[in-house]
Design a protein around this ligand. Structure first.
Ligand code: ATP
Ligand code: MG
Length: 679
């Protein structure tokens, strides 16, 4: 250790230090927002490495790829300080840091040979999985006999629930989808055919990654081999794991030794994805009597007035385990701002953000949070109009754009020639090749022993002859190309199609260039395709940080995507019933509780300033069948009047201005005297 080394753990408090230094027995750190759970986990990683642990043998499971990178950075910084390394010396790489799904995909690929899986399998995102479900549904002619049968999206939702909650189709239908009662037998037939189709096409969906990983861990020899690779398993945001994830962890560390999980039951916001808050609550019993439970009690993030308001919101929850948060830091009360409508809301936020920017707060230290992706549309326009740069997380995904999907499909099809969705998509991009020919191509390739040879032998219609030849040349080059050169090759073939198919090709080309830049940061095609499918960048500019690290931009994020993060100033849009809780969630007591926790998550992101906006009229886009409509909003039910009075500053900017105009004392003039003076 060099003479420059200092103790990077000096700032930890006693409780945090106990969590960092704990060895052996399973450890649960359960504590409220901003108490340093993630910090402690990073410090623990650094401490373990300092004590001789091999970073290759640490498995770190986080909520997003971004969170994994952040953890790597934090742990790296601590190691640097501890070892007195220079900034230019590389930080330790944690090759096994990522989401459950991404790690699952890697392990499944490694062990594919033992599992009867094709190692070149590709992943379906939610949209692809729905399409495949729809295709199978059609093949089986379900719903075509004049009888009502759930749509593909509902079918996938039921399937996903069955897989993740590990319940029977009958139970899931009974409890969650009662309106499709009677269709159970056909749903089972559909799901069996869906599984067959995936196997035949060598594709896996999102849920398969956890399911197959868990199944793989039920096989003792495989479980032992995989468990032996990791000395320590550390999990952040444990409250949002589901039963499959808990089972995987148990199989990795059967007696819990070397397992560390951290989380906060008051921030459980993923039960719609079958997350099971009982995982965290039952952890001590599961590993009794060995399990050690530690609590962190001091909040380091927010001022006391922000915590008081947040505590008051969560205090109304039906049940919770973690205690009230306390920081003792002074500050101003959060604001509740009433505005006329969404436009007024957008203007207020833009003004306020600029005002704070003038006062020295970088845009990056400010965030605007909302319940669902489309809630920021008006604000995005306003920000664009005023030239305020922003980056948006969550909501409409970059990968859902047609041209991005096209380009990725090219890579996917080359990787897995049996993948029908990618194949069909690319085939119909070839000039002159229509859907009927594309279908014929898929059938021949699907049933062939060697699908690539079947592609070569395929006879396209005369209209597609030259386009087809070009594709075959491009395909040959692509199959040979190293990474990331393959990406450039794919673009070279695709761009002429883009020009032909889209009027706004120039704008879309920018996204493709962006995608190529992202591609270059991955070690290979498989890793790139898998990670991008599992944890997609949210907006075009999302991954653009690297080349423009010094640029400043405002953060826009859904509340879900804001998990684990913090900003100096936070604006929360649409704190009204109908948005918070969401319109769709008003039926079920459990769902309402989850919405309450979501608001709590949003509020506890703020360090110094928190502003909730309450538009009196706002626009909601519903599912197509209901059409759009306006709602007249009242303050969210999670902030009853008494709570608002006690913990918030009420502001009504428009009304305040109007009041100024009418009630300002008017000058008194003696008109007669003036007239007289005029003579
Ligand atoms: P969440 O529940 O929102 O995920 P968390 O418990 O993971 O929160 P962190 O994000 O780890 O909390 O920490 C919150 C903030 O407090 C961070 O800015 C972190 O650097 C700071 N912090 C944590 N512990 C300490 C400490 N002992 N001294 C000073 N600052 C600290
Ligand atoms: Mg955290």
């Amino acid at each position: 250790m060099s003479a420059l080394a200092t103790d990077p753990f000096a700032t930890l408090n006693e409780e945090q230090r106990a969590a960092v230094e704990h060895r052996g027995e399973p450890l649960l750190v359960i504590a409220g927002a901003g108490t340093g759970k993630t910090m402690t986990l990073a410090a623990r990683v650094a401490r373990l490495v300092l004590d001789g642990a091999d970073p290759q043998r640490l498995l770190l499971l986080t909520f997003s790829r971004r969170a994994a990178q952040e953890m790597e950075r934090r742990a790296g910084r601590m190691l640097h300080t501890a070892l007195g390394l220079r900034a230019t010396q590389g930080a330790p790489v944690l090759p096994w840091a990522g989401t459950f799904h991404a790690v699952g995909a890697r392990l499944l690929r490694e062990y594919a040979a033992s599992l009867g899986l094709a190692p070149q399998f590709t992943l379906l995102d939610r949209g692809d999985a729905e399409d495949l479900m729809g295709w199978v549904r059609q093949e089986l002619e379900l719903g075509s006999s004049g009888q009502r049968f759930p749509l593909k999206g509902t079918c996938l939702a039921i399937y996903s629930r069955v897989v993740n909650v590990r319940e029977s189709v009958a139970t899931v239908v009974q409890t969650m989808f009662p309106w499709v009662r009677g269709a159970e037998a056909e749903l089972k037939r559909l799901f069996a055919a869906y599984v067959d189709a995936k196997q035949q096409q060598q594709v896996l969906d999102y849920d398969d990654l956890l399911l197959y990983w868990q199944q793989m861990m039920e096989e003792p020899a495989l479980a032992a081999a995989i468990a032996a690779r990791f000395d320590h398993v550390l999990v952040d945001e444990y409250q949002d794991t589901n039963l499959l994830q808990a089972a995987i962890l148990r199989a990795l560390k059967p007696d819990g030794r070397g397992l560390t999980v951290v989380g906060d039951d008051a921030q459980a916001i993923y039960s719609f994805r079958a997350a099971e808050v009982r995982n965290i609550l039952d952890f001590p019993a599961q590993f009794a009597p060995a399990a050690r439970v530690l609590a962190l009690t001091r909040n380091y993030r927010s001022t006391q007035p922000i915590l008081d308001a947040s505590n008051a919101v969560i205090a109304q929850a039906a049940e919770r385990f973690t205690k009230d948060l306390h920081s003792g830091r002074e500050g101003v009360r959060p604001r509740l701002v009433t505005v006329a409508d969404e436009l007024a809301q957008a203007r207020f936020v833009a003004d306020d953000v600029l005002l704070q920017r003038e006062a020295g707060l970088l845009l990056k230290q400010q965030a605007v949070l909302f319940r669902s992706g489309q809630h920021s549309a008006v604000l995005e326009l306003e920000l664009t109009r005023r030239g305020i740069p922003f980056v948006k997380y969550g909501g409409l995904k970059f990968l859902e754009a047609a041209h991005v999907k096209d380009l990725l499909s090219v890579l996917r099809w080359v990787q897995n020639p049996r993948g029908r969705l990618a194949g069909f998509r690319v085939a119909t991009l070839i000039p002159g090749l229509g859907p009927a020919s594309a279908r014929r191509l898929m059938e021949t390739m699907g049933s062939a022993e060697d699908p690539a040879a079947a592609m070569q032998a395929f006879k396209p219609p005369a209209s597609a002859a030259s386009g087809w030849r070009e594709w075959l040349t491009a395909h040959a080059a692509l199959a040979e190309a190293a990474w990331p050169e393959a990406m450039a090759q794919a673009r070279r073939w695709y761009e002429p199609q883009l020009e032909r198919l889209h009027e706004d090709a120039a704008i879309r080309r920018g996204d493709l260039a962006q995608l190529e830049r992202i591609a270059a940061t991955f070690s290979g095609r498989e890793r790139f395709l898998a990670e991008l499918t599992l944890d997609p960048p949210a907006a075009t500019s999302d991954e653009a940080e690297e080349p423009q690290r010094d640029e400043d931009y405002l953060i826009l994020s859904t509340m879900h995507s804001a998990k684990g993060q913090e900003w100096n100033s936070v604006h929360v849009l649409n704190a009204v019933d109908g948005c918070m809780p969401a319109d769709l969630a008003t039926g079920h007591a459990g769902e309402i509780e989850e919405e309450r926790r979501l608001l709590y998550v949003a509020m506890t992101r703020a360090k110094h300033q928190l502003t909730l906006l309450v538009p009196q009229k706002f626009h909601v886009t519903q599912q197509a069948k209901y059409g759009d409509r306006h709602l007249y909003g009242s303050l969210t039910r999670f902030i009853p009047e008494a709570l608002a009075q006690r913990h918030f500053e009420r502001v009504a900017p428009a009304a305040a201005h109007a009041a100024e105009r009418t009630s300002a004392p008017l000058p008194a003039i003696d008109l007669m005297a003036r007239v007289r003076r005029a003579f």
